[in-house]
Design a protein around this ligand. Structure first.
Ligand code: ZN
Length: 433
């Protein structure tokens, strides 16, 4: 494996490590782009009417864009979309629980995780704490929790079909003692700072905290072809978008506006104020248009010639389960990013989108593959159809092929991660569709 894709994967491992929750991911995207010269705006403020590089964070979502000096009222946008959340567990109210000498955490299932994959690994608890004055602070416990599997001696049928009860069997341990003597939120408060000092746990009025695999991502396998980490769905796409936007932003003078849109809550249906079905992207695009003096007609003209590339992970063919895949179209991890196709439009890709995607891949010198489901095994969906339905922008659904989707730790191909970022860069730079 050449050095550049390995360096990209190692940088993704850093990115995943810094992003155990959607709130951390949005903050890490903002931090990286601010380092690249982007100015952070607040939605409650008036925004500058000057061109340039800007970003705005809304809870666990973030949108960043570059308005070139030549932009006019009808200048189209090129949106690269992805999501910041992953399936797992979210902390319940009154979270400090336990019995029989064990401390446990009360958790609720978030999205559709592979429950068994969360067993027997050290887990972080991370997200935001909201304090008595409304301040939101990021908190990350580091390795703290574990969901211990029942020993084979006590469950002789475990290898014939593991059945996990979604409530009784999913409450992780995090120490020893009586729950009355412990405070899980105090552990989180100790990891967070406000004005340089640790947070006083008594000030916590609300929280949004999720679990994440505590082990750093790793490159491995023959020729360093494989990469495993938590939250590759969909931080692999978020990271590719950040890398691509950073590369094209300096001195950008194209005839469109590159936009990176990272949404929260994709795993639970996207219907939130920071999800793809909410108004966040529409709000930002409208404000960009207003700054350019666009009236409603000009805004619609701009959208009519815009594009959205919605990037999320898809399924590589699995050597142990060949019958789960289409008998002909069989993308394999390591052979390039995927174009996702579905007759029932669970992916927004159509003929025009396919043609455009192949144009951008050609400009980047990247080989791409196609994904389509076996008719007997329906596929999932993603943000593409939602964005297309909301805004009417031409949209294509793409991503990278992975195995173990929705596991606590997923498997990707090192070269695919690198190639996705290259296509995103060509798309942002203005390669023709
Ligand atoms: Zn996803």
């Amino acid at each position: 494996m050449p050095a550049a894709p390995i360096a990209h994967a190692e940088d993704l491992a850093d990115f995943v490590d810094a992003s155990p929750s959607s709130y951390h991911a949005a903050a890490e995207v903002a931090r990286r782009l601010e380092t690249a010269g982007f100015a952070r705006l607040d939605e409650a403020d008036a925004w500058p009417e000057t061109p340039g590089k800007h970003l705005v964070v809304r809870d666990g979502a973030v949108i960043a864009w570059v308005v070139p000096a030549s932009a006019a009222a009808t200048t189209p946008v090129r949106v690269f979309g992805a999501h910041s959340d992953s399936p797992g567990f979210k902390l319940k109210p009154q979270p400090t629980t336990g019995r029989l000498g064990w401390l446990q955490a009360g958790v609720e299932v978030y999205g559709g995780p592979l429950l068994n994959s969360w067993l027997d690994r050290e887990l972080r608890l991370a997200g935001r704490l909201v304090l008595d004055d409304g301040t939101a602070v990021l908190a990350d416990s580091g390795p703290l929790l574990r969901l211990p599997q029942l020993a084979i001696h006590l469950d002789r049928e475990a290898n014939d079909g593991l059945a996990l009860h979604r409530q009784a069997h999913t409450q992780p341990v995090w120490g020893l003692g009586a729950p009355e003597s412990a405070d899980l939120l105090a552990e989180l408060a100790a990891s967070a700072t406000v004005d340089g000092a640790p947070v006083d746990a008594g000030r916590i009025r609300g929280f949004d905290l999720v679990t994440a695999d505590a082990t750093r991502g790793a490159v491995f396998g023959r020729d360093d072809a494989l990469f495993a980490a938590g939250r590759l769905d969909d931080l692999a796409s978020v990271h590719a978008g950040v890398v691509a936007l950073s590369r094209v932003a300096d001195g950008f003078d194209g005839d469109h506006i590159p936009v990176l849109a990272v949404f929260d809550h994709e795993e639970i249906g996207s219907a939130t104020r920071s999800g793809a079905a909410g108004p966040f992207l529409e709000d930002v695009l409208e404000r960009i248009g207003l700054a350019l003096g666009a009236d409603r007609g000009e805004r619609m003209r701009a959208l009519a010639s815009s594009w959205c590339v919605s990037s999320d992970v898809g399924h590589s063919v699995h050597p142990n389960y060949a019958d789960k895949h289409d008998p002909v179209v069989q993308p394999v991890l390591g052979s390039g990013p995927i174009l996702k196709v579905n007759a029932n439009q669970r992916y927004a890709t159509d003929g025009a989108g396919s043609a455009a995607w192949h144009g951008w891949c050609g400009a980047a010198g990247v080989h791409s593959q196609e994904f389509v489901s076996n008719n007997a095994v329906p596929c999932g969906s993603t943000i593409g159809p939602i964005t297309a339905t909301r805004l009417g922008i031409r949209t294509v659904d793409v991503g990278i092929p992975i195995l173990s989707m929705h596991s606590a730790r997923e498997l990707a191909g090192v070269s695919d991660l690198f190639d996705l970022a290259r296509v995103a860069e060509a798309f942002f730079a203005g390669a023709s569709a």
